[in-house]
Write a protein that binds this ligand. Structure first.
Ligand code: CA2
Length: 151
């Protein structure tokens, strides 16, 4: 059995569907969890979905992924634009990593245009609402399966 795909969400994303639906949509993080689990299963993976408002907890989960995950999908939320700690943790991974965002930060305020994560992840999916998570899970799963088929 393959190791799971970790799907990590950062600060305030626990409020999805409750506040600012015009930007982030009406789906809750729980709805997204179910959809990610279903999408991962299509490709033979379990999705382990976690959310934290604490930078250190996200770092700990990324470190855990070094040995326990096949790939990491991460929406670091505001930490995308501030966190050298998350950048450093992601740099240590040798598995596929996908940065994902519900909105497209490039179309928003200037302070959202820089991502500390983008230079060190395998790829980025942004701007498709909850579908960004599903596309990111699918991309990660396809990468892992393609690598396994080559080995
Ligand atoms: O578009 C995304 O997914 C973001 O990562 C969301 C972050 C934002 O800081 C990034 O620039 C882009 C903010 C997440 C806040 O989540 C909320 C959810 C519901 C209501 C209010 C905030």
């Amino acid at each position: 059995m393959s190791k799971p795909i970790y799907v990590l969400s950062g600060p305030n994303l626990n409020l999805l569907g409750v506040r600012e639906p015009e930007i982030y949509g009406y789906e809750t993080l729980e709805d997204i969890r179910v959809l990610c689990e279903e999408r991962a299963a299509v490709f033979g993976f379990e999705a382990v979905c976690r959310q934290s408002n604490h930078e250190g907890e996200l770092v700990a989960w990324i470190q855990e992924a070094r040995t326990e995950a096949s790939a990491v999908v991460i929406n670091a939320a505001a930490y995308t634009h501030t966190s050298v700690a998350i950048l450093d943790a992601l740099k240590m991974l040798k598995i596929p990593t996908v940065e994902c965002h519900l909105s497209n930060p490039a179309t928003r305020e200037a302070f959202r245009h820089h991502s500390y994560l983008s230079p060190v992840v395998t790829g980025v999916v942004a701007g498709f609402g909850s579908n960004s998570y599903l596309l990111a899970v699918e991309a990660a799963a396809r990468l892992v399966n393609a690598a396994a088929a080559k080995a």
